[in-house]
Design a protein. Structure first.
Length: 405
């Protein structure tokens, strides 16, 4: 059975307990990964103050996190093939915890810029590697469940990030030292992830695919020549840009473009996040009923209409309706793209790694691109690029159809 079916499911057999336990374990891993990343971002102002950084130097420091994640995307497929998802998640989370704690202690106690940069690189590399491995495991669980569940794993990541941001805001208000805060979260993330990974699906008795390192590298390089994989990566790239542009610029765009307060701008961003969470929760049912192609075509249309309304409405309330539609429409593209990349379980690690690397380019290139356009057009107008990119993406949706089995 494919991981996502294009016809209604009927009379599914009872799901083994091991699969249900793995489902819960994957959800916990996604949640804790989101918690770790959001915890760091919630204390960036405290780190900036502790190190006395200008905005420009802070931006350069944050590149260490992006650099670690980008390097991870080029190696995560090979690591997951060699170790399996469970051991890869466990090993990479050791790096996440060490990086998070190291960055916090370097900033709060040592005041070391180099120490923070090294910690951020480790955090980025560990989180990026964990991202690929947990998506591979999530797709395997999805196949065994016989129904769509990947978007809910990504919703769990979002909930973890909201929790991390909330805890970080509370810690900042209570003046908790950044080093102690990040160390405490690192311990929770590491302990919880190691425990959850023990519930992952057992490794196959006989290894599948290439077993020696040279063959694995050749298999990964061959994946970069697969048209379907590259087209899925291009689809995920556009959907990541659709999501990331709102995360980075939506609040600022409403403050500048509609003249609202910063509190209202933050609330508008909350509307987008709520729409994303709602779409990822309810979208699994829709995909199982109507299939990937129909649902993704509909949600891309919603995102395009919503982003257009948000930019051109001229009326604050109508623009907020557009933001809600934008969030719902953007919710499924990234997780379903990952699921499609993992349709073939034997080649899932390599394909997910390639698709993730292509898709994550949007998170790296998107902010400076929109910032450049914003300098010339205004941030609100610059966000008009989102629907323009979404329209040709309709042509890519059929590529995500599950292969016949």
């Amino acid at each position: 059975m494919s991981s996502t079916i294009d016809t209604p499911a009927v009379d599914r057999p009872a799901v083994p307990r091991a699969v249900l336990a793995a489902r819960n374990g994957v959800a916990v891993v996604f949640t804790l990964n989101g918690l770790a990343v959001a915890t760091w971002f919630s204390r960036v102002p405290a780190v900036r103050e502790a190190l006395g950084l200008s905005a420009g130097r802070l931006g350069l420091l944050l590149l260490a996190l992006s650099a670690g994640a980008l390097v991870a995307m080029s190696t995560a497929g090979l690591v997951t093939l060699r170790l399996g998802p469970a051991r890869t998640v466990a090993a990479s989370t050791v790096l996440v915890a060490a990086g998070l704690a190291g960055a916090g202690l370097s900033a709060g106690l040592a005041g070391s810029l180099v120490g923070v940069a090294v910690g951020l690189f480790a955090l980025g590399y560990g989180s990026g590697t964990c991202d690929v491995a947990m998506n591979v495991e999530g797709a395997a669980v999805e196949r065994r469940l016989g129904r769509t569940i990947m978007p809910r794993f990504h919703a769990a990541w979002s909930l973890g990030s909201v929790a991390g941001a909330g805890i970080g805001a509370g810690a900042a208000r209570l003046a908790v030292p950044v080093g102690w805060h990040l160390c405490a979260v690192a311990v929770v993330v590491l302990a919880g992830t190691l425990l959850a990974a023990r519930a992952f699906l057992p490794a196959p008795a006989e290894p599948t695919g290439p077993t020696d390192p040279a063959s694995r590298r050749r298999a990964l390089l061959a994946t970069w020549r697969e048209p379907r994989t590259l087209l899925i990566g291009l689809f995920v790239l556009v959907m990541a840009f659709t999501e990331g542009s709102a995360n980075d610029w939506l609040a600022v765009a409403f403050v500048d473009g509609y003249g609202v307060s910063q509190a209202v701008g933050a609330t508008v961003f909350g509307v987008f996040v709520f729409g994303m969470t709602l779409g990822r929760t309810a979208g699994t049912v829709a995909i199982d009923r109507w299939g990937r192609v129909r649902v993704l075509s509909g949600t891309i249309g919603l995102a395009a209409v919503g982003a257009t309304l948000a930019v051109l409405a001229g009326s604050g309330p109508l623009a907020v309706v557009g933001v809600a539609l934008w969030g719902i429409g953007a919710s499924l593209g990234f997780p379903v793209g990952m699921s499609a990349a993992a349709d073939d379980e034997d080649r899932a690690p390599a394909r997910v790694s390639v698709v993730a690397m292509i898709g994550y380019t949007a998170f790296l290139a998107g902010p400076p691109l929109l910032g450049f356009l914003g300098d010339h057009l205004g941030i609100l107008s610059a966000l008009g690029l989102v629907p323009l990119l979404l329209l040709p993406t309709f042509a890519l949706v059929p590529v995500l159809r599950p292969p016949a089995r």
